[in-house]
Design a protein around this ligand. Structure first.
Ligand code: ME8
Length: 523
């Protein structure tokens, strides 16, 4: 018929855009992996998804890094931004858009939001003085700094060096938005997550907002302020606008316009204030809709310590992927760290997860059952005949997983989704051990077929549900089960998508090898 296809539900999400002033580290990897899992989950659940990530390339910090590297900011960021994109690719992150704030289209978006805020009367020129942290690209009050013995100062919040700076700057009337922001947090309790972050932000706003300096004149590596080319925009105005740029803003006819407002900004806990205070205030001022949710994940520590170049414990995501494999790294960070809290990486912990959860629990179950099918069922999906109580009980647990996962995804409890899938994997292992299909080959082959069929069916669902988290291994598992590409969505779980008896299966191959190398990777 000519009836138009029903409109797909949309889901737009972003990571923060990283400063490419050095090499990407495991914290950057963690964020893009988590966002990718969320994006993939929504695609599997039938949403039309826009998933953006990228690099935040302007500002004094980048300009200084380029100078130290003996090159121009442009040449510098072209090199370092490419590493961030290569990292996302290496980690199998299927972003739809990698945005660089030095793209010409992005400057147009930043200038347009500026013009709208100005037209609304929220931008004015004033003299600004304060303690400036280059690292944070932010001004602090004296009370927010501490004096060191050598006479220098540091920010109390971030422990970064600050210097006294006076500039004639444009200010944004942030103070005018205090009540509207508090109203927003009250009306939309989900706007900031997790809850602890919302409480912090709300009490910060309640304590009083001062107007925000939004232009700089002491360097020029940034987006020029419309009509005032001696000023560049404060890097956070420029950076936050990336979320609009990826939806085509200000071009109203861009097909991606439907993704604004975005459903979710995934960021780290250190930049919640920028996303939950400044960003909604800018958008309110510009008369644009607000994102639905900002979620601040925790920090990934290296053996319980903050990563730093001086401690020599900075983890290189490329090296981790080479050592352990992409899927194990993804699984580890998503399973080990409750999403929203802090977590710790260690060689021992990741090997524990690889060998127990992946190789043993899921990998062995697949290997054992598929080998039995290859040997005893002519390498084809067996005919289950009639299922008994135990078979049906396992399938009921397996089939309930998508709905559980959807609910947990609503809370962004990524670790809990994996825990629940693996609880059913454990159930499937108990079932397999209790049914002893290897004993049934001679005594009751029809029953053996039912047990193997049920086990393969459980594996099919595990394959479908683990795709967002371990896409490579899940695809391999679904290939081994000969599941067609168009039957791999959440909708294919359950009766409607059951394996078809007689379908030929390829020779089984391990999906999750054990990690055998005992030595730790070089740091
Ligand atoms: O903040 N563990 O860039 P960035 C987990 N350009 N996450 C971490 C982390 C760690 N150890 N270290 C950093 C910026 N992150 C700005 C963002 S958005 C409009 C502009 C997270 O390169 C951090 O919280 O310093 C942030 O979400 C992201 O990595 C990029 O950090």
């Amino acid at each position: 018929s000519n009836a138009p296809a029903p409109l797909k539900k949309t889901f737009g999400l972003s990571t923060a855009i990283s400063y490419p002033n050095g090499a990407p580290h495991i914290g950057h990897a963690y964020e893009v992996i988590a966002a990718d899992a969320i994006a993939r989950f929504h695609r599997l659940d039938g949403y039309d998804v826009l998933f953006s990530t990228g690099t935040d390339e302007h500002g004094l910090k980048i300009q200084q890094a380029a100078t130290r590297a003996g090159t121009t900011p442009r040449a510098y960021v072209d090199g370092t931004a490419a590493r961030f994109q290569a990292m996302a690719d290496r980690l199998d992150c299927a972003y739809d858009r990698f945005i660089r704030t030095t793209e010409p289209g992005h400057s147009a978006a930043a200038q347009e939001i500026w013009r709208r805020m100005e037209a609304n009367g929220d931008i004015y020129l004033d003299k600004y003085a304060g303690w400036y942290s280059v690292r944070d690209e932010a001004y602090y009050d004296e009370a927010e700094t501490r004096l060191l013995e050598d006479g220098s100062r540091r920010s109390l919040a971030t422990d970064t060096p600050v210097v006294w700076m006076e500039e004639e700057n444009f200010l944004f009337r942030l103070s005018a938005y205090q009540d509207r922001l508090l109203q927003l947090y009250a009306d939309q309790p989900d706007f900031i997550g997790p809850d602890t972050r919302r409480n912090e932000v709300a009490s910060f706003v309640r304590s009083g907002l001062k107007d925000l300096s939004v232009s700089r004149t002491n360097f020029d590596w940034g987006v020029p302020v419309p009509g005032h080319p001696s000023h560049v925009m404060y890097v956070w105005v420029d950076a936050l606008t990336n979320y609009l740029t990826v939806t085509g803003f200000p071009d109203g006819s861009d097909p991606r316009k439907k993704f604004w407002p975005m459903d979710l900004h995934i960021i780290g806990k250190d930049i919640v204030r920028f996303h939950a205070v400044y960003w909604p205030a800018f958008l309110m001022s510009a008369g644009l809709p607000l994102p639905k949710r900002v979620f601040g994940h925790g920090f990934l520590l290296s053996k319980g310590e903050k990563m730093s170049k001086s401690l020599g414990n900075v983890l290189d995501p490329f090296e981790l992927a080479d050592t352990y494999g992409v899927d194990p790294v993804r699984y580890f960070v998503l399973r080990e760290v409750p999403f929203g809290g802090d977590g710790s990486y260690s060689h021992e912990a990741i090997i524990g997860r690889i060998n127990a959860d992946l190789a043993n629990d899921l990998g062995n179950l697949a290997q054992r059952s598929l080998s039995m099918v290859a040997k005893n069922c002519d390498g084809a999906v067996p005919d289950p005949g009639s299922l008994d109580e135990a078979d049906r009980a396992l399938l009921a647990q397996v089939d309930a997983l998508p709905e559980r996962a959807r609910t947990l995804m609503g809370d962004l409890a990524l670790h809990s989704i994996l825990a629940e899938i693996w609880a059913v994997v454990a159930e499937a292992n108990r079932y397999f051990a209790a049914q002893e299909p290897w004993r049934l080959r001679k005594s009751d082959p029809a029953r053996m077929n039912a047990v193997l069929y049920t086990t393969l069916e459980a594996l099919r669902v595990f394959g479908i549900l683990t795709q967002p988290f371990v896409p490579g291994a899940a695809a391999k598992l679904l290939d081994l089960l000969a599941v067609p590409a168009d039957r791999r969505s959440l909708a294919a779980v359950g009766e409607g998508g059951r394996l078809v008896p007689g379908t030929a299966l390829a020779a089984p191959a391990p999906i999750f090898p054990r990690f055998e190398r005992p030595e730790t990777p070089s740091a």
